[in-house]
Ligand binder design. Structure first.
Ligand SMILES: O=C(O)CCC(=O)C(=O)O
Ligand SMILES: [Fe+2]
Length: 283
């Protein structure tokens, strides 16, 4: 049994959705949206074709080189979450508007990038409209404008391979971490496992009905809002039983302001990102 997450699942069509969504983000760091405009068929097309891509050798031609942020990251170069010692049990491909993209695949993930970025702009406007004026006054520009045309917004296509039993003890699909960006938009995965850490310090399953969108606050929104919104720790746990034999695919879009956007008196988005990337790479 997992603890109650407190996350509200809101219908995009509900006139009260903007307020309910912002309230859920404020209380839990997460919000879930149903009946949203992103076609589920597109999400499923991406899951299917990228799973086949990860199962093929073609991915190695896109290996991310030293210092590059786009392309394929194999399990052996996968992330080590801040403060953790084991590599996550995952492989992934980073898609940027300017970066590499598998010639073997359709443009479905690129179309998703554009659709999800546009929806994210709307969600940021919902957040802004429901933020108290004294907090809103801190924003150097409307939140939605911070990500407009940003080359740094990242679509990560993740594949968590089936578990073999040979994993390093203690290694998990994704160790507890916070996201660096403003907001993350994530269609519910084909498999369970995503959990958040509640303010009481308990792990709770994030409501992830297939077809819904999960949105969470990242460190940059926490920074820009002076802590009014908090970047909530989350993780992906290893499945037991049958689920262990299946791959899990997920496609978080990390909404990243343009590098020159002022987040706070201390940081531009570019300076903030550089500092955080130094903490998770190369250890
Ligand atoms: O795969 C998931 O459900 C979440 C992944 C995640 O939290 C991340 O990549 O930052
Ligand atoms: Fe994350």
């Amino acid at each position: 049994m997992s603890a109650a997450s407190g996350v509200a699942a809101v219908s995009y069509l509900d006139p009260a959705a903007p307020a309910l969504f912002a309230d859920s983000l404020r209380r839990t760091g997460f919000g879930v949206i149903r009946d949203h405009p992103i076609p589920q068929a597109l999400v499923e097309e991406i899951y299917a074709e990228w799973l086949a891509f990860f199962d093929s050798d073609a991915k190695h031609a896109y290996a991310s080189g030293a210092g590059s942020h786009d392309g394929f990251f194999s399990p052996s170069v996968s992330e080590i979450a801040k403060g953790n010692s084991k590599r996550d049990l995952k492989e992934f491909f980073h898609i940027f508007p300017w970066g590499r993209y598998p010639a073997e695949l359709s443009d479905a993930a690129r179309r998703y990038y554009d659709l999800a970025s546009a929806l994210a702009g709307e969600l940021l406007s919902w957040v802004e409209a429901n933020t108290p004026p004294d907090v809103r006054d801190r924003f150097s520009m409307p939140l939605a404008r911070m990500i407009e045309g940003s080359p740094d917004t990242l679509l990560r296509v993740l594949r968590y391979p089936p578990l073999t039993g040979e994993e390093e003890p203690g290694a998990v699909r994704a160790a507890a971490h916070e996201d660096i960006n403003l907001l993350t938009v994530l269609p519910a995965s084909n498999e369970r496992g995503l959990q958040l850490l509640t303010k009481k310090g308990e792990w709770a399953d994030v409501p992830s009905d297939f077809g819904s969108l999960v949105i969470n606050v990242g460190d940059m929104l926490q920074e820009a809002s002076g802590g009014y919104y908090t970047s909530t720790t989350h993780r992906v746990v290893n499945p037991a039983g049958e689920g262990a034999r299946r791959s899990r695919v997920s496609i978080p879009l990390f909404l990243q302001p343009r590098a020159d956007v002022v987040l706070s008196a201390r940081y531009t988005a570019g300076a903030y990102l550089d500092e955080r990337l130094r903490e998770i790479r190369g250890r």
